[in-house]
Write a protein that binds this ligand. Structure first.
Ligand SMILES: Nc1ncnc2c1ncn2[C@@H]1O[C@H](COP(=O)(O)OP(=O)(O)O)[C@@H](O)[C@H]1O
Ligand SMILES: [Mg+2]
Length: 243
């Protein structure tokens, strides 16, 4: 089922067309990975789909319902985000996870219950009452993931959340994310510039370059049949030393 769809999305700033995308969808229970080099338009596109940025042209649909100024805030509450920088507030780990739930005015008991559950699932229960400024990069990102998933979102946006972590930390977090997401109904947009992260999480792969989708399919399809050299380069397939 389509959870989120974008049709005819254009985003123009001055004389520059930053995005020009005919159609894109996120499906229930699936992770769609958007891959592209720096400046390809990944973050801009994510912000438009996440209803944080209005496109110059085009329409977003949430479970078939057209997004309008009227329903936008309500629909945004059914989505959650994890950014490259965890953006934690200078409070305890527990308070950070509780923040979004408080804003959405959940009852006190449910806030505690959900927070405990997601701290546990992310393996950070032991850090609950400590401040966030002493956390490692991986721990901080776990807090930010717990904060997002505690909201029980229908759509989850991950904007290069593993970039900048050392590789054992990143590998473990990717494995844990796969366990948390696969088998749920959450429709996930996973933005990355690093092809090595794809096999862990992605059901579907969308390759973006200069604001346009240049290829999409299952990771296997794209690996086996890359459209052109730019896709090959992006997937870093050339044997070492080849130009
Ligand atoms: N508000 C803006 N005004 C002008 N240019 C922008 C704006 N936002 C993004 N861009 C440009 O759009 C392109 C895509 O940026 P971005 O979406 O951040 O790419 P990515 O996340 O793939 O690195 C870049 O060339 C960037 O400089
Ligand atoms: Mg970006």
């Amino acid at each position: 089922m389509h959870v989120l769809e974008g049709k005819g999305i254009q985003y123009i700033k001055g004389s520059k067309t930053i995005l020009d995308i005919d159609y894109f969808s996120l499906e229930e229970g699936k992770v769609n990975s958007l891959i592209g080099v720096n400046g390809a338009g990944k973050t801009s596109f994510m912000h438009i789909l996440a209803l944080l940025q209005e496109p110059t042209a085009g329409q977003i649909y949430f479970k078939g319902e057209t997004v309008t100024k009227k329903n936008l805030l309500k629909l945004r509450h059914r989505m959650a985000f994890v950014f490259q920088q965890p953006l934690l507030l200078d409070m305890t780990v527990r308070e950070n996870v509780e923040t979004g739930l408080r804003l959405r005015k959940f009852p006190k008991e449910e806030i505690k219950q959900r927070t405990d559950k997601w701290l546990e699932k992310l393996g950070i229960s032991h850090l609950a009452n400590g401040g966030v400024r002493f956390l490692s990069g991986g721990e901080a990102q776990r807090v930010s993931i717990a904060r997002a998933l505690a909201l029980d979102p229908e759509v989850l946006f991950l904007d290069e959340p593993f970039t900048g972590l050392d590789s054992p930390t990143r590998g473990q977090l990717l494995l844990d994310m796969a366990k948390l997401l696969h088998g749920t109904k959450i429709a996930t947009l996973f933005v990355t510039h690093d092809y090595a992260e794809i096999p862990y999480l992605a059901h579907w792969l969308t390759v973006i370059d200069q604001g346009k989708i240049i290829q999409s399919g299952t990771p296997e399809e794209i690996y086996e049949n890359p459209k052109d050299q730019s896709v090959v380069r992006l997937l870093q397939w050339l044997p070492l030393g080849t130009k």
